[in-house]
Design a protein around this ligand. Structure first.
Ligand code: TXA
Ligand code: MG
Length: 321
């Protein structure tokens, strides 16, 4: 057990990272659990703290484009065109790795996942440390990603020395992961940047390949994932009985427009960005409140709604009989 400190001091976080320790960091998507991506002993601590299988690869985060170049062999122009639009920000690209990237980072794969984040504290930290930071989401393996420092503390206290508190995450949902196959852009994980936004800049709708595979991670996706501790089910207006012992999460309104204490409405203005920002927080809160079950309404399957439904499909899968 270590004492877990929460700080706003970026230089202190920098110092701890330089010592080869892990630090939880704020990003615009979700909190990450970071370590020096060039120090294997430090990277191993990430897997240990999260209880994450070693074959599940990590994203490398950089401060700028020049820093990336030595770590990749090629950057296809179409992908570069997209990163020019979305970086710094919630887009992760899979690129052929150079031999400076260890197999521990990529799970033995030939491609490395790369992102330049926009959160000002994380960006400043990346500039200060000078090395890439490997960072998965800062939750225990398979659980809901944290979107504030307290969520991280609740899951990882005693397991990590430091949490850099950069406030609540602006996006609230993980980055979109893309790559190339046969000259085509492929989306491997739906995320904070919607398919529609990508299509706008690509001139066509990209193919999505985010199915869980046999060992669960070939394309970076696991079937049972993003789940709260409390059993989670989809809410169905015609068959779900409301009960005081359960928690309910709705997109834009309460049933019959009647406010109840054990329910949360994510966005009264039907804003999917607001819903995305609040979704994980609602799941964390309901986990803390000790409900027997959580029921959640499906989102409209467009824009960020498709991303949110993707997470809920994976999370509810875990509780199917
Ligand atoms: O928004 C985000 O992406 C956050 C913040 C911290 O940057 N990070 C994040 O990391 O969500 P993580 O590890 O929880 O999810 C990254 C996903 C994993 O499913 C992993 O398997 C996949 O990306 N991935 C990472 N490197 C990969 C690679 N080389 N090839 C295929 N999939 C990869
Ligand atoms: Mg994760």
């Amino acid at each position: 057990m270590v004492e877990t400190i929460i700080t706003k001091d970026i230089s202190f976080a920098c110092e701890i990272l330089k010592k080869g320790e892990v630090v939880a960091v704020p990003t615009e998507t979700v909190y990450g659990l970071a370590a020096n991506g060039l120090n294997l002993a430090a990277v191993k601590k990430i897997f240990e703290a999260k209880a994450r299988p070693f074959n599940n690869p990590l994203i490398l985060h950089f401060a700028n484009q020049e820093q990336i170049d030595p770590f990749i062999l090629d950057f296809p122009p179409i992908l570069k065109q997209l990163t020019a639009v979305f970086w710094p920000g919630p887009l992760t690209v899979l690129l052929p790795k150079s031999n400076l990237v260890d197999d521990l980072i990529t799970g033995g794969k030939a491609q490395v996942a790369i992102r330049i984040p926009s959160h000002p504290d994380f960006h400043a930290l990346l500039q200060q440390v000078g090395f890439p930071l490997a960072a998965p989401s800062a939750n225990l393996y398979g659980m809901v990603s944290p979107t504030n420092a307290e969520h991280v503390y609740n899951q990882l206290k005693g397991k990590i020395p430091l949490i850099l508190d950069g406030g609540p995450c602006e996006k609230g949902i993980e980055s979109t992961i893309i790559g190339m196959e046969n000259e085509q852009v492929i989306v491997y994980r739906l995320g904070s940047i919607s398919i529609e936004e990508l299509a706008l800049h690509l001139g066509e709708v990209p193919q999505i390949k985010n199915e869980a595979t046999e060992n669960g991670i070939a394309s970076g996706m696991v079937k049972y994932h993003y789940a709260p501790r409390t059993p989670l089910y989809f809410y169905d207006a015609s068959s779900t009985n409301m009960d005081q012992n359960n928690g309910y999460i709705f997109f834009k309104e309460y049933p019959n427009n009647t406010k109840i204490e054990n329910a949360i409405v994510l966005s009264e203005t039907s804003d999917l960005q607001e819903a995305a920002r609040k979704l994980y927080s609602a799941l964390h809160e309901f986990d803390e409140r000790g409900f027997h079950h959580i029921y959640i309404e499906r989102f409209p399957e467009q824009g960020l709604g498709a991303t949110l439904n993707d997470r809920l499909n994976r999370a509810t899968e875990k509780f199917k009989a």
